[in-house]
Design a protein around this ligand. Sequence first.
Ligand code: GUN
Ligand code: ZN
Length: 444
Amino acid sequence: MTVKAFRSAILDFVADPFSLPESDSVRYFPDGLLVVENGIVKELGAYEQLQNRYAGLETAHYPNHLILPGFIDLHIHFPQTEMMAAYGEQLLEWLEKFTFPVERKFRDKAYCDRIAPIFIDQLLRNGTTTALVLAAVFPESVEALFEESDRRNMRLIAGKVMMDRNAPDFLRDTAKSSYEESKALIEKWHNKGRSLYAVTPRFAPTSTPEQLANAGKLLEEFPDVYLHTHLSENVNEVAWVKELFPDSQSYVDVYDQFGLVGARSIFAHCVQLTEVEFDRLSEAKSTIAFCPTSNTFLGSGLFNLERAISGNIKVGLATDVGGGTSFSMFQTASEAYKITQLQRQKLSPFQAMFLATLGGARALSLENKIGNFDAGKEADFIVIDPRSTPILSLRNQAETPTTLEELSDRLFSLIIMGDDRAIQATYILGELAYQKQRSPTEYT
Ligand code: GUN
Ligand code: ZN
């Protein structure tokens, strides 16, 4: 049995700051102690209160840093790691011109094996400890990804993309093969260690009705796997879905007709949703993955966060690399803030960090396992250096914030100006998984 402690300023969320005041939703210890036993949170409290009980325990001390639960990225593409910053196109043309040729490379297991550690390293250096990931159409890409995330003990959710039409030959499966391959991957990987599986039709235009029906069949056969896809991102895409599925009432209705809209369904984007569609997602308790850097980069539009939240729809934050432009959840939250500003909406620093932690965990129905530091949860967390760059150290004083107001201001500076340089260390199940060079850690 190993028990360890981590001393620093510590922040997490115990409730939703969109519906409760900060004083009831934010938990903050300016000098806190996080005690971890065998990778699981044993206790969180003020250092002063806990120090006697845990005197003599191995303690990693991070003065003037901030510990937060690990970030949760609710939608990201493993095979698009190498193709961020593809110039000049919007969604459908971008897919044809840049994305599909890159994803073709992932038919080769050796290539997948080369990129998987790079992808996981990028997540960890950005403080992301859990992600919902689309692999490629090739089962090899899922194997390589899970092998790597399992090696690092990460709680990762992923799936093989299903696509049997409107894509180049070299990227198409069939309704039957996608069913069989997905089923074999579920049987092998779902609940193996910390891995979980998501049935992943790419989006309605690249699936025949037969394939979507098979996705629904998998959800019936394996009720605790996820459904992960894209929904209503781009105006031309929405028009195309209308042409392809003339009998459906709406884009959401296409998925609904095949039993794909439920409490374990995560829909990326939702920029162009109608009122009726928002209502349906709310009723079905489905989740929206808000992908701000992608939505601005691909010119898709402004996601109506206020509408989703007021409609009681679960929302999480997502990078959508490589349509997205950064692996950093700080940069993602920064772009989310700007998108709300453009619509005269508000997204507070605490609300943004809630979406990236406990909100994401709730969106994945994983709030009993990750998302904050309640006793019994898996100890995935990050250590943030609020003065990691010259301009951030000018912006932020050395002293640790003592009030929520001061902390909120500091978080906002990290959201707007921070990136992977602000991540000092990333811990998975209480073990160091990434450490920035030249750590100022002091062991006492
Ligand atoms: N819709 C279907 N496929 C994709 C993709 O790879 N990226 C984005 N952003 N949207 C999609
Ligand atoms: Zn995507």
